[in-house]
Ligand binder design. Structure first.
Ligand code: SAM
Ligand code: SF4
Length: 335
């Protein structure tokens, strides 16, 4: 038996998030600038390399694999990769194969995803207003995403919506989004905007809407029951007593959740980030490319990286400036 991945703070690493592309068909204001320069193709891991990389992690005890981006469903032939990963579901080594998507391509791919063993997906959607949707995503169109949600649910996928809380933007949709999700039997999670990347003149502190405030507003209309469940991640959940609906809060800036962190992230170029909020990074592409027939160097590189996983992150808005800011874009690590 191979030894599992345990970091220096005794946390078992069982959850891998992999970004399969830096490209996207949207340009969300908090995530990308309008004129992005994307990586040349040779920098990206090929689908075969992604397969080897993920399979090696599964061999080291990773049980949950989340595919992200950029927009994962715009990567050419990505369904080949999903289909190939389903062998680890069949063997029982992988418990969950999932993805985070902007929903634009779901109409096309929902059935194939289900056939590959995907059962739950996260769809990012910040507003149900067509104009606001076009403003926040710049290139996205709401009806396409709504059709994607229909297709996903029709295919049997369980959907969770992720909404980024943006001050003065979707504050007024707190109840509309909750009711939309309740009516469609979807979970909803609000995410605090994080100080990522250099997005030009977007004022990110101005956009920051504290989830404490959001929760207080929700409590004015509903009775909130705190749920104990944690997924090893930053989300905390409440249930609305009146409707039974579950709502999650991801508050990387105001809560410390690092003690139960079970995850690492790999970028589309094969860099492993041990923490979303830190710059600690190691290269897995060289051991992967330099040894096409031998996974041992890759395994060693993964183990060495896990030993460098930091205790936690340093995001802090408390002094009205984004302390702990990291310079890369969210699309680089996939959120
Ligand atoms: N394109 C896919 C999508 O939008 O779901 C997957 C990648 S996207 C980078 C993953 C998640 O990160 C999305 O839910 C998005 O809203 C979130 N995100 C991007 N930039 C963010 C930021 N600055 N703060 C908080 N969340 C952010
Ligand atoms: Fe694309 Fe997702 Fe970033 Fe929006 S949040 S620009 S959809 S990667």
């Amino acid at each position: 038996m191979t030894a599992p991945l345990i970091d220096p703070f005794a946390r078992a690493i069982t959850y891998l998030r992999v970004s399969v592309t830096d490209r996207c068909d949207f340009r969300c204001v908090y995530c990308m600038s309008e004129n992005m320069t994307f990586l040349p193709k040779k920098e990206l891991l090929t689908l075969e390399e992604l397969d080897r990389l993920c399979s090696t992690f599964v061999g080291l005890g990773v049980e949950k694999l989340r595919i992200t981006g950029g927009e994962p469903l715009v990567r050419r032939d990505i369904m080949t990769f999903f289909r190939s990963m389903s062998r680890h579901l069949d063997s029982g080594a992988l418990k969950e194969l999932t993805l985070t998507t902007n929903g634009s391509q779901l109409e096309r791919f929902a059935k194939d995803l289900y056939a590959a063993g995907v059962r739950r997906i996260n769809v990012s959607l910040d507003t149900l207003d067509e104009d606001k949707f076009a403003r926040v995503t710049r290139w996205g169109r709401l009806p396409q995403v709504l059709r994607g949600l229909d297709a996903a649910q029709a295919a049997g996928l369980r959907v969770k919506l992720n909404a980024v809380a943006l001050k003065g933007f979707n504050e007024d949709e707190l109840f509309t989004l909750a009711e939309f999700c309740a009516a469609r039997d979807m979970d909803l999670t609000w995410i605090e905007v994080m100080p990522m990347g250099d997005l030009g003149n977007e004022n990110r502190i101005g956009q920051y809407w504290s989830l404490k405030d959001l929760r207080a507003q929700l409590a004015e209309r509903y009775t909130l029951i705190d749920l104990a469940e944690r997924s090893g991640g930053p989300a905390r959940y409440v249930q609305l007593q009146e409707t039974g609906q579950k709502i999650g809060f991801i508050t990387p800036l105001t809560h410390n959740f690092c003690e139960s962190c079970n995850r690492v992230r790999v970028t589309c170029t094969g860099e492993i980030y041990m923490c979303l909020g830190q710059e600690d990074v190691a290269d897995l592409r060289a051991p992967l490319r330099d040894h096409p027939q031998d996974d041992a160097p890759l395994e060693d590189a993964i183990r060495a990286a896990i030993l460098l996983k930091p205790k936690g992150h340093d995001f802090d808005y408390s002094r009205q400036r984004a302390d702990g800011q990291v310079s890369r874009h969210m699309s680089h690590t996939g959120g």
